[in-house]
Ligand binder design. Sequence first.
Ligand code: DQA
Length: 146
Amino acid sequence: MKKILILNGPNLNLLGSREPTQYGHETLADVEANCQRVAQKWDCQTQAFQSNIEGELINAIHQAGVEFKNGSLAGIVFNPGAYTHTSIALHDAIKGVDVPVIEVHISNVHARESFRHHSYISPVAAGTIVGMGTKGYELAIQFLLD
Ligand code: DQA
């Protein structure tokens, strides 16, 4: 059975209580459970990982590269949080593995501060979903599995 990695970066562990007008009321556990429910429709599993540490996210991407190569992984749904706007290391990690990555942002980053308008992830992502709330994760799974 194939698997999708649901990867979340810094501060996304605070979903539910963090700036609910931007990010809504669902917790990360709610989001991860919804992802699992959607993936099951395609007989697929999800594996969820969140970290506030850039290097741990890089390691997770490298591991995903190994699993994609051996056929057990279909892709990564990745919300890199604020590292989106800063991390050349995450850009390089994605570039270094041959895994489809769908970049997801809960809020519409383009309608927010200008420092959120640039993404180091978008040029190496297979696609980007922005501003569709936590539904964006489900849409990304759908895209990877359809
Ligand atoms: C975010 C947008 C980022 O700018 C922000 O730093 C986050 C969350 C989003 O999901 O809308 O942490 O990635």
